[in-house]
Design a protein around this ligand. Structure first.
Ligand code: PGA
Length: 253
């Protein structure tokens, strides 16, 4: 499969400059569709956006009834109310998500389950119309969601072992406890099925992964390189994350 269009890359002065652009992405898809499914990402990259979204949902500037929310991944055994988990993080940063969860307008990634339950989760999203807009971060090892290097691009939602760097990066989040070893994650195939992908990467520790994503081989050694097989990808970087890109990169701004 070859993407008809290379990812569009925009380099911003800083991470804060991404927030209005991410809100605009969300407003655009909500304005265009009938209650579209929007899949959110977690991690420090998205905390400013999620707080701003919470304010808009609380004020009614964006109606919480206008979209169905879901997200990329969850640590194994982390029920929604458990600190450190992804649903807990999303509801802490964006409190209106808790009410959406209670009325089934927020579809959580299962925190356990056999393959059939994970397939059922994906089918539920498909029945809701499929993911119209997928927000993504990237790990310093090139992972997207918890698709660690070596993961086959063909996988859908699955249970996985976390890479050593991923666990290290999550250590502060779980201290004084050890970070989890396993998670349930959307697969690369799940992510590529979304109609529009918006990936953010900020900070110098993402620069090598960003370069591999855009200029390295399209291969499981860099899971994010799979995005180049999708025809509608928007990538927002700060200057530090963009530092290793070639000036002539296709689609660069
Ligand atoms: P971060 O995580 O936003 O905390 O950097 C991103 C990721 O690992 O996908």
């Amino acid at each position: 499969m070859t993407a008809s269009q290379a990812p569009t890359v925009r380099v911003l002065d800083d991470a804060a400059a991404a927030v209005p652009l991410l809100l605009a992405e969300l407003h655009r898809v909500v304005g265009a569709g009938t209650r579209p499914v929007v899949s959110f990402a977690t991690g420090g990259t998205y905390s400013g956006f999620l707080r701003a979204l919470g304010r808009q949902l609380q004020s009614g500037e964006l109606p919480a009834t206008a979209f169905v929310a879901t997200h990329l991944d969850e640590y194994e055994g982390f029920a929604p109310e458990r600190r450190g988990g992804m649903v807990h993080e999303l509801c802490s940063l964006c409190p209106p998500f808790a009410a959406m969860l209670a009325r089934d307008a927020f579809v959580p990634v299962p925190n356990a389950g056999d393959a059939a339950q994970l397939v059922a989760h994906e089918q539920r999203l498909q029945r809701a119309g499929g993911v119209a807009l997928q927000f993504l971060g990237i790990g310093r090892n090139g992972h997207i969601a918890f698709n660690e290097p070596g993961t086959a691009f063909e996988l859908g939602c699955h249970t996985t072992e976390l890479a050593a760097t991923t666990r290290e990066d999550a250590r502060a989040r779980f201290a004084p406890d050890e970070p989890p070893r396993r998670a349930i994650t959307s697969g690369i195939a799940t992510i590529l099925a979304a109609r529009r992908l918006v990936l953010c990467a900020f900070g110098a520790n993402k620069a090598a992964a960003v370069r591999a994503m855009l200029h390295g081989p399209i291969a499981p050694t860099c899971p994010a390189s799979a995005l180049r097989r999708h025809g509608d990808v928007f990538i927002l970087l700060d200057r530090a994350a963009a530092a290793e890109l070639e000036r002539s990169a296709p689609g660069s701004a």
